[in-house]
Ligand binder design. Structure first.
Ligand SMILES: Cc1ncc(COP(=O)(O)O)c(C=O)c1O
Length: 453
């Protein structure tokens, strides 16, 4: 059988080739609220907000209007050589006012990866200029996701990404993933586990040499690692260690930033006091590519002092701080903060979390975890021993394929299926989402049992 539109000239990033060979791509045609429609008119509830980003609906009129007006006024310009669009100035002011720490500068990029990558460059620039050129080691965690450039794929703690290209680069060290359910020792409480991870961090810093560490990257909630909220007391345990050795904390808020956890920032939710915050995705609700690096006052001062040697900041991207992107971001943040969307997240999250946790009784679910409007169901063959299903059964892939056939988009991430619906979702739509998901899981469970018999 020839599948229409596959293979085509298009190379599919992060896509499962055997599935494409079997069924071809899903051609996404249009969107409406929290739903998308394919080219055959089939409707899907977008349980992942696209890639965590399209939180304000696929037809948000205010954002479309902001983009239309911005295109009519100044459709493109750069921000080099001291030139800048007014919308970029306004957006920067807005972002520093809302930042989770005392911040006073924002530097823009075109994606989360570019923003994190630029942070590394800035940290290394500081090291050079502050007379500590060996201060280059970056700390991250296993299962973290920080992007796909060479450096950010190195920071990303997923083995299949790293091994595929011989990464990480040698400057990166990965610490234990803060996943209590998987990583804690028998009988170890969440607080004890957090304490052990803080001890591991301190040992790593001491063994590497505090003078060699440039920064510590952390998502407040590990997102693409399978939605892993920090264990009790985690950031409270590790922050004093970072402070003691003068290691900057970079909060990668690409997923958590602007409301996903129910607070405006994951940093607020978990009591994090970052030196640098990286935002992307939600900042434009996915309507325009953007990454933003938010600098604390202290970081700004150090960087601006360091840059005097060069007379200018030695980095930048042609389309970063794009006037249209900045206008869209202003409108998106306006919807979230003043327009009541964050309030909606806070209102509907308890219902979402309740339904998510109710899935724990399903025979395939080992752990149901999440916070705000994000959650994961980790599938196991044996709940007691937490033994995963054999890889060849592709259980999480099967769930997401079957869910698609049933009109729901959810994402397989390792052994887990992940949900992160748009912020505008209503309680009846949450019921719809979980009713499709439960039916789907029952179908897949029957299949898996038949395969095992
Ligand atoms: C926490 C986090 N950081 C960085 C990135 C990279 O962002 P982008 O895909 O825009 O480069 C992602 C993408 O999912 C992410 O989840």
């Amino acid at each position: 059988m020839t599948i229409q539109n596959y293979p085509s000239a298009f190379m599919h990033p992060f896509s499962h080739i055997p599935t494409l060979e079997q069924s071809g791509p899903v051609i996404v045609d249009r969107g409406e609220g929290i739903y998308i429609y394919d080219d055959r008119g089939r409707r899907y509830l977008e349980g992942n907000s696209g890639l965590w980003n399209v939180v304000l609906g696929f037809d948000n009129k205010r954002l479309i209007e902001a983009a239309t007006q911005a295109y009519a006024k100044l459709p493109a310009y750069h921000a080099f050589f001291g030139r800048v669009a007014q919308s970029a100035l306004d957006l920067s002011e807005k972002v520093i006012r809302l930042a989770p720490m005392k911040a006073n500068r924002v530097l823009f990029a075109n994606s989360g990866s570019e923003a994190n990558d630029t942070v590394v460059k800035l940290l290394w620039l500081l090291a050079e200029q502050e007379g500590k050129p060996h201060r280059r080691i970056l700390l991250s965690r296993r299962n973290a996701y920080h992007g796909m450039t060479i450096m950010t794929a190195s920071l990303t703690g997923k083995d299949y990404v790293k091994s595929a290209s011989g990464l990480p680069v040698y400057e990166v060290r990965h610490l234990t993933s803060p996943h209590h359910w998987r990583e804690a020792k028998d009988g170890e409480s969440e607080t004890e586990f957090s304490g052990r991870l803080a001890w591991e961090l301190e040992q790593t810093i001491r063994n590497t040499g505090p003078d060699h560490i440039a920064g510590f990257f952390a998502e407040p909630v590990l997102g693409a690692g399978g939605v892993i909220p920090p264990p009790e007391g985690y950031f409270q345990a590790i922050q004093p260690v970072l402070r003691k050795y003068g290691v900057p904390l970079i909060a990668d808020e690409v997923i958590c930033g602007f409301g996903r956890t129910g607070e405006l920032w994951g940093s607020i939710k978990y009591g994090i006091e970052p030196d640098i915050v990286v935002a992307s995705k939600v900042i434009t609700s996915g309507f325009f590519p953007m990454g933003a690096i938010v600098l604390s006052e202290k970081m700004t001062e150090r960087l601006e002092r360091a840059c005097r040697t060069y007379e200018e900041l030695p980095t930048g991207f042609t389309t970063a701080a794009h006037p249209v992107g900045c206008a869209i971001a202003l409108a998106a943040i306006g919807e979230i903060v003043e327009g009541g969307v964050l309030k909606n997240v806070q209102k509907v999250s308890p219902a979402f979390q309740k339904q998510l946790r109710a899935m724990q009784d399903h025979p395939m679910v080992g752990e149901a975890r999440g916070v705000g409007l994000m959650g994961a169901l980790e599938m196991v063959a044996d709940k007691h021993s937490k033994t995963p299903f054999p890889g060849h059964l592709d259980v999480s892939e099967r769930v997401s394929r079957q869910a698609l056939a049933n009109g729901l988009i959810c994402r397989p991430l390792g052994a887990a299926v992940v949900l992160a619906p748009p912020f505008i979702i209503t309680e009846p739509q949450i019921d719809e989402l979980f009713s499709i998901l439960r039916h789907t899981m029952d179908q897949v469970y029957a299949e898996v049992r038949a395969a095992a018999a």
